[in-house]
Write a protein that binds this ligand. Sequence first.
Ligand code: FPP
Length: 249
Amino acid sequence: MTAQQTELQYLPPDLKRELLPKHVAVIMDGNGRWAKHQGLPRIMGHKAGVDALKDLLRCCKDWGIEALTAYAFSTENWGRPHEEVDFLMTLFQRVLRQELREMVEENVQIRFVGNLSSLPRSLQAEISRAMEETKDNCGIKFTIATNYGGRQEIIQACRAIAQKVQQGLLQPDEIDEATFERHLYTIGICDPDLLIRTSGEMRVSNFLLWQIAYSEIYITDTLWPDFDRHEFHRALCAYQQRERRFGKV
Ligand code: FPP
């Protein structure tokens, strides 16, 4: 355990347990800039980003947060240079293989969401194994959005619903929010209470478009690899100051 993990191993006393978000979602932005600032190739930023994500997962677990969802690769990220895409795919696979045992032991339930069928076969196999081996775990729900796009998710839900209507399994006037949610990748996971984006960009970038309808958004200038427990603590303090009205007065 690193020094800063030990220092903030337990929920800081200025945070109210009953006001913690149940589900935190993160847009892990700024890996490339972080690497550039260190005089390193961009891919080293992604490598450092994995360590930040592992620390955050452990922190959520230590502090009693029920679900963490991370945006690892968007449907638009295929437009990056070949070498970077290849590096990321290999990195996901390697990290999954290396970390799976520990995640099983720590009772983490891993889920990947997105259009997984276009990922490299070997990565798909690793993903299936990780989801299968952790499906009965009842600890933190850790969701990784990979080849994920919010619009694409909504379209695939519409198609699935339309097919059921065509087959006479569903009537159009039976389609409500609950029906729709059952056709999203995130079925069974509550909507994020808090969405964090690093590196100062004020965008949602096609992430969980349906699910973040009422999420509180926290944006920090910190680059993702530098996002540590202290930063997370700051984000949670800001979150606990918010008054969540869900459209009411
Ligand atoms: C955005 O930073 C980051 C990504 C597109 C990749 C994020 C992936 C990880 C942190 C690895 C996660 C690993 C697993 C196993 C889930 P950027 O490259 O857009 O940074 P920039 O805006 O500074 O260029």
